[in-house]
Design a protein around this ligand. Structure first.
Ligand code: ADP
Ligand code: XUL
Length: 533
């Protein structure tokens, strides 16, 4: 029976999912996950990243991702040798926007990896930049302005690339580094996103990008799904020569390289072009159609859904990304997801059960108490100076603060999604915190819509495995039939459907306006005296 492997390199962890699929049977054969902080402490990350030294700078060590991939394959080969030997195809999902900088020697090194030695040690000399800036970085405001100005403004950039300039996007990140360290930039032969870097490691040659991940750079023209020369020129000299090719999904990028075959017994399975975790989640949540959106409650909170056409020029909040099915998806991203929830949980000495109890025992609307939950600089709305702020909310009241952080996250998500022009009838919830029923109740009440939790909380990884299956079917002459590929894997489990409480939902209509006014006032003023740092 053929097996399909999806790998999701998220901010904090690496997850692998093996699917077994044939005409008679389909199911998840195995899933493994580990956190970088726990498994690879020698890289010194906290929640998978390293902050500083300058304000707003957030990076990860690219060698850590390579070592994580090596370890995961070792684990899979040891625990599931039969499934691994029958692998038909593999696909990567990875956190979006992060960039990896490789020198001219990297391609030759990739092609000649020695299966007797660990991967990371062999990659020691391939990086022209020792760190990879990731999506949490907010240090490129000046570069965003410069790029937007050079192409005729944020509106022009948004109409062409699907997003105004955003600090975490790869283009502004490249510009900052290329300007500050031109010699190192000149010594860079190739700039990968995390998805194409890991895919390159799997196939032993430089891998392409799909439009889903390429559209997270401020560099891809949505109308051609190729690099937009004006944006590239506004970013750095000779940039397009350094970027991976953009290819349509479901292109097969290559086959599993000798290194993995000889070291772990993998066959020369097909490797599909990789994509970002959000496009991958679109597949893993069932290709949510218009009227349905998915909310991913992970390190970032994201809200996304398929949209018809690349509407939304003049975007200020959200993004249009290529979808793995060939069309487009709309997405809004909020930086303060899990870490802000965990901050409140830990500050009041609670477990997740205690956190849920607090939600159960506090009323929707929280007696009007509001929180702006900006533990780290926020993407939506744009907030450079992180701080938690309260309005008529007693800082000593643990339960009220728990409700406030969750209500704030859901209200800001609902308020900043209007640009998508979608009337939301149903929300599919995924990501680690979707395991929490009480959080989902707040989500349902604030959106006034049913919330269905999918049977997996890691839809990005499931999406990767399903992309592997889909591309393999197409490559072997089968029909390009997404509904039959995802059938049986992504139906929401009927037992975990949360319905909005009508009275609570009615109350949030007004509270959302109050929240927006509070948010606007603080964003405009830039700071407030009672901020908790
Ligand atoms: P990532 O963005 O790294 O993929 P995940 O989607 O895997 O993150 O989510 C991991 C997070 O899920 C943890 O950091 C934790 O905050 C959260 N989580 C796990 N269980 C619960 C729970 N019962 N209630 C709320 N949050 C939870
Ligand atoms: C999306 C974004 C995050 C990352 C990490 O634009 O920045 O969701 O993909 O998950």
């Amino acid at each position: 029976m053929p097996f399909y492997l999806g790998l999701d390199a998220s901010t904090q962890s690496l997850t692998a999912m093996l699917l077994e699929v044939d005409d008679a049977h389909r199911g998840v054969a195995a899933m493994h996950t580990f956190r970088y902080d726990d498994e690879l402490p020698q890289y010194g990350t906290t929640h998978g990243a390293i902050r500083g030294p300058e304000p707003g700078v957030v990076t990860s060590p690219p060698g850590m991702w390579a070592e994580a991939l090596d370890r995961m394959m070792a684990r899979l080969a040891q625990a599931h040798p039969r499934e691994v030997a029958d692998l038909a195809a593999v696909a990567i999902s990875a956190q979006q926007h992060g960039s990896v900088y490789l020198n001219a020697g990297a391609a030759a090194r990739l092609a000649t990896l020695d299966p007797r030695r660990p991967l990371a040690t062999q990659l020691a000399n391939v990086f022209s930049r020792p760190v990879a800036p990731i999506w949490m970085d907010s240090s490129t405001a000046a570069e965003c302005d410069a790029i937007a100005r050079a192409v005729g403004g944020h509106d022009v950039l948004a109409a062409r690339t699907g997003s105004r300039a955003f600090e975490r996007f790869t283009g502004p990140q490249i510009r900052k580094w290329a300007t500050r360290d031109p010699a190192a930039y000149a010594a860079t032969a190739r700039i990968d996103l995390v998805s194409s870097f890991l895919t390159s490691l799997l196939i032993g040659v430089p891998a392409p990008l799909d439009p889903g991940d390429a559209s997270g750079t401020n560099l891809m023209d949505l109308s051609t799904c190729d690099w937009w020369p004006e944006a590239a020129n506004a970013t750095a000299v000779d940039l397009t020569a350094r970027l991976p090719a953009v290819v349509a999904p479901p292109t097969i990028a290559g086959t599993v390289a000798q290194y993995w075959q000889l070291r772990y017994g993998l066959p020369p399975a097909r490797v599909v072009v990789g994509t970002g975790d959000n496009p991958s989640s679109l597949v893993g949540t069932g290709l949510v159609a218009e009227g349905h959106v998915a909310v991913s409650l992970g390190t970032s909170n994201t809200l996304f859904g398929l949209i018809a056409g690349a509407r939304g020029s003049g975007l200020c909040d959200g993004h249009i990304f290529g979808a793995p099915t060939g069309g487009f998806m709309g997405l809004t991203c909020f930086a303060n997801g899990s870490l802000a929830r965990e901050h409140v949980r830990d500050r009041y000495g609670l477990t997740w059960d205690g956190f849920s109890d607090a939600l159960r025992h506090t009323p929707p609307g929280n007696h009007g108490g509001l929180m702006l939950p900006w533990l780290v600089p926020e993407i939506t709305p744009h907030v450079e100076r992180a701080a938690i702020r309260r309005l008529t909310l007693d800082e000593r009241d643990a339960a009220a603060n728990v409700r406030a952080v969750v209500e704030a996250q859901m209200m800001t998500m609902a308020n900043h999604t209007d640009w998508m022009g979608v009337t939301i009838r149903e929300v599919y919830a995924t990501g680690g915190a979707s395991a929490n029923q009480e959080i989902l109740q707040v989500l349902a009440d604030v959106f006034g819509a049913d919330v269905s939790r999918l049977s997996t909380t890691n839809s990005a990884c499931l999406g990767a495995a399903l992309r592997a299956r889909h591309a393999d079917v197409v490559a072997t002459g089968g029909a390009d039939d997404w509904p039959s590929v995802i059938a049986g894997f992504v139906e929401p489990a009927a037992t975990i459907r949360v319905r909005p409480d009508p009275a609570a939902a009615a109350g949030y209509i007004d509270l959302r306006r109050r929240y927006a006014a509070f948010e606007n006032a603080v964003v405009r003023s830039g700071s407030s005296p009672d901020a908790e740092q």
